[in-house]
Design a protein around this ligand. Structure first.
Ligand code: HEC
Ligand code: HEC
Length: 217
C-alpha cells in the first residue's frame, strides 16, 4: 500500500486524476502485486500515454511517439533502477516508476521497436509565455539540446521540440527542486539539474518553453 499512500499524498485535482486512472485502468495489480498476474503484456503503455503515444494531459503522461530510442531506453532503465521517480513529492514519476520496474531488457527492446512504429505528431501548444524572452534563455540550452531543440545523442540531451509543453514545465520544476536528477548514479539528470539554476522562476520556464514551442514543428 506504499504507492497508494504516496499517490494520495498532497492530493489536488490533477493528482487525484492520476490516482483514479490507476485504480480504474486495471493497472492496480501492477502496483500492488504484479507477481500475481501471469503472463502479462508489456505493451500497456498507451493506457496512460495516449493513443499512438501522443501524450495525455489528464494523467500527465508525455508524448512518446517520435522520442529518440536511446533516450527512451535510458529513461526506462532509470525508472526501473529507481533513479527517476524516487522522490515522494514526484507524483507523476511515482506513477511511472512501477510501470518500468517489471520490464526486462528484452521487453525494453520490444517497446523501442513498437514506439518507433508510431507516427510523430508535434504536441498541441498549451503554454503561454514570452517567446522572445525565452529565446535569450534558450541560447544557453542550445549547446546541449541543439539550435532547433532537436536533441544531441553524443551529449545525452533529448529533443525537446514537439514534446508536450506542460510536461517540459513539470520536468524543469522537478529538476530545479531536486525531484529528478538528484541521484549520484544519474550523471545526465545531474547535469540537467544544474542547468535549471539559470531559470530564475516559473515565468522564465514558461518563456523558454514558449520559445521551444516555436522550434522544429
Ligand atoms: C499509470 C500510467 C502510466 C503507464 C501505464 C505508463 N506510463 Fe510512462 N509515464 C507516466 C507518467 C505520469 C509520466 C511522467 C513522469 C514525470 O513527470 O516525470 C511518464 C513518463 C514516461 C517516460 C519519460 C519520458 C521523458 O520524456 O523523459 C517514458 C520514457 C515513459 N513514461 C515510457 C513508458 C512506457 C514505455 C510504458 C509502458 C511500458 C509506460 N510509460 C507506461 C505514466 C505512465
Ligand atoms: C550541459 C548540457 C545541457 C544543457 C545546457 C541543458 N540541458 Fe536539458 N538536458 C540535458 C540532459 C543530458 C538531459 C537528459 C537528462 C536525463 O537523462 O534524465 C536533459 C533533459 C532536459 C529535459 C527533460 C526532457 C524530458 O523529455 O524529460 C528538459 C525539459 C530540458 N532538459 C530542458 C532544458 C532547458 C530549458 C535548458 C536551458 C535552460 C537545458 N535543458 C539546458 C542536458 C542539458
Amino acid at each position: 500500500m506504499k504507492y497508494l499512500t504516496l499517490l494520495v499524498y498532497k492530493m489536488n485535482k490533477r493528482k487525484l486524476s492520476v490516482a483514479i486512472l490507476i485504480f480504474f485502468s486495471g493497472l492496480t495489480p501492477l502496483l500492488f502485486g504484479a507477481e500475481e498476474i501471469e503472463p502479462y503484456n508489456d505493451r500497456y503503455c498507451t493506457t496512460c500515454h495516449g493513443t499512438d503515444g501522443r501524450g495525455n494531459f489528464g494523467v500527465q503522461a508525455p508524448r512518446l511517439a517520435g522520442m529518440e530510442a536511446w533516450y527512451l531506453k535510458r529513461q526506462l532503465e532509470n525508472f526501473r533502477e529507481g533513479i527517476r521517480g524516487y522522490h515522494p513529492e514526484d507524483i507523476e514519476g511515482l506513477a511511472m516508476q512501477p510501470m518500468a520496474e517489471k520490464l526486462t531488457n528484452e521487453s525494453i527492446l520490444d517497446i523501442l521497436e513498437w514506439v518507433e512504429s508510431w507516427e510523430y505528431f508535434p504536441a498541441e501548444v498549451t503554454i503561454e509565455g514570452d517567446a522572445a524572452a525565452g529565446e535569450l534563455i534558450y541560447s544557453q540550452c542550445a549547446t546541449c539540446h541543439g539550435a532547433e531543440a532537436e536533441g544531441n545523442e553524443a551529449l545525452g540531451a533529448p529533443a525537446l521540440s514537439g514534446q508536450n509543453d506542460w510536461y517540459l514545465i513539470t520536468q524543469l520544476k522537478n529538476f530545479k527542486q531536486g525531484l529528478r536528477g538528484g541521484e549520484s548514479t544519474d550523471p545526465f539528470g545531474q547535469q540537467m539539474m544544474v542547468m535549471t539554476q539559470i531559470l530564475a522562476d516559473e515565468n522564465a520556464m514558461d518563456n523558454v518553453v514558449s520559445y521551444i514551442n516555436t522550434l522544429g514543428r
